[in-house]
Design a protein around this ligand. Structure first.
Ligand SMILES: [Zn+2]
Length: 90
């Protein structure tokens, strides 16, 4: 279950991977009704797990930071797709 529903036509707007590339400063067209859709700046909150994981990485070795950052990024991606609602771009 993901949050890919278009607010204009209530159909699935685009794929999970397309939503992952969508940020508050970018917009994408719904494949069903061609409305331009974006996400609010609140969606940036989903980046917190990545930041927290990197900051709380147990040591400063690069590989450790990358590994923890990757886990954080996966959580961020999941939160973004599942909980961030699409809104009409203005
Ligand atoms: Zn639509």
């Amino acid at each position: 279950m993901s949050n890919l529903i278009c607010p204009s036509c209530n159909k699935e707007a685009f794929s999970i991977f397309e939503k992952l590339t969508l940020g508050p400063l970018t917009s994408k067209e719904c494949v069903s009704c061609h409305a331009m859709l974006t996400v609010s700046f609140k969606s940036l909150l989903t980046t917190l797990p990545t930041i927290v994981m990197v900051l709380f990485s147990p040591n400063i070795h690069t590989s450790s930071i990358i590994a923890f950052g990757l886990v954080g990024f996966i959580i961020t991606s999941f939160l973004h797709v599942k909980y961030v609602p699409l809104i009409n771009a203005t």
